[in-house]
Design a protein around this ligand. Structure first.
Ligand SMILES: NC(=O)c1ccc[n+]([C@@H]2O[C@H](COP(=O)([O-])OP(=O)(O)OC[C@H]3O[C@@H](n4cnc5c(N)ncnc54)[C@H](O)[C@@H]3O)[C@@H](O)[C@H]2O)c1
Length: 250
């Protein structure tokens, strides 16, 4: 078995939504395994991650020029870009009949359009290297749903198809594009929707076959695998990491 401790040595990663939850865990795991990392988030708390080889970038990923600036930062600080993790995402719990166009569009912009923009800029930087890996954070909601998450589920379904289609477009350049279909993870994503977001997710996770929600580090391990050369034959996959949620019949 190869030594995973520094398997990303010499590689440069850009992680969106790195101030919290899964993105934070991904940024720290890739860095711990040797990658240089640009950690992008609109929340200035991301600056707490600053350390040698890890540069925070406070930015809203859907702003014009944000993707270009993030990739430019990777190249300015570390000379190249090898890995993009499109992780930042937001959710909306609302019946479709009550949803405004602005609410719908905000979810699509953050969860899909920003991933498209970051992937487009990343691919431009990766093509000259003839190598690269992009990992998108999708969800079980790419395939399953329940009332009140139409905007979110549609965005994750779109992200899954963006993953597959871009994978076909760039594999000839040695760039692999894959996604993780995450289940419930104890993070801050529901904080604006319920009183105690992490507790709600922990409790909801108890309904899965594994009877618990994931910790962000468990999803980060799957992301790291897909970003690594260990996943050299994985192209356009949406890998479910959901405690069995997507396979149970009830
Ligand atoms: N937590 C879960 O149960 C779960 C399940 C399935 C999928 N996911 C997905 O995992 C990803 C990460 O979510 P999380 O659970 O870690 O949530 P989180 O809220 O803990 O972290 C998301 C981060 O993204 C950042 N962000 C949001 N919008 C941004 C923007 N416009 N520009 C820059 N940064 C922005 C936030 O500031 C935050 O730091 C999301 O795509 C989410 O849909 C989460």
């Amino acid at each position: 078995m190869s030594d995973m401790n520094k398997e990303f040595a010499g590689q440069v990663a850009l992680v969106t939504g790195a101030a919290s939850g899964i993105g934070r865990a991904v940024a720290l795991l890739l860095h711990a395994r040797g990658a240089s990392v640009v950690a992008e988030d609109r929340n200035a708390i991301v600056q707490n991650l600053a350390r040698p080889g890890l540069v925070p970038l406070v930015a809203d990923i859907i702003e014009d020029g944000a993707a270009e600036a993030a990739v430019a930062m990777a190249i300015k600080h570390f000379g190249r870009l090898d890995i993009l993790v499109n992780n930042a995402g937001i959710i909306l719990n609302k019946l479709l009949i009550d949803m405004t166009r602005e609410e719908w569009e905000r979810i699509q912009h953050v969860n899909v359009t920003a991933a498209f923009l970051h992937a487009r800029e990343a691919v431009k930087a990766m093509i000259p290297n003839g190598a690269g890996a992009i990992v998108n954070i999708a969800s079980y909601a790419a395939y399953q749903s329940f009332p009140t998450i139409s905007a979110y589920a549609a965005s994750k379904g779109a992200l899954a198809q963006l993953t597959r289609t871009l994978a076909l477009e760039v594999i000839d350049h040695g760039i692999r594009v894959n996604a993780v279909g995450s289940g419930d993870v104890v993070t801050n994503i529901l904080n604006e929707i319920v009183d105690d977001g992490p507790a709600f997710l922990a409790s909801h996770g108890e309904t899965t076959p594994i009877k618990r929600a994931a910790q962000p580090e468990e999803i980060a391990e799957v992301v790291a695998f897909l970003a690594s050369s260990r996943a050299s034959y994985m192209v356009g996959s949406v890998v479910m990491a959901d405690g069995g949620m997507s396979v149970t019949a009830g």
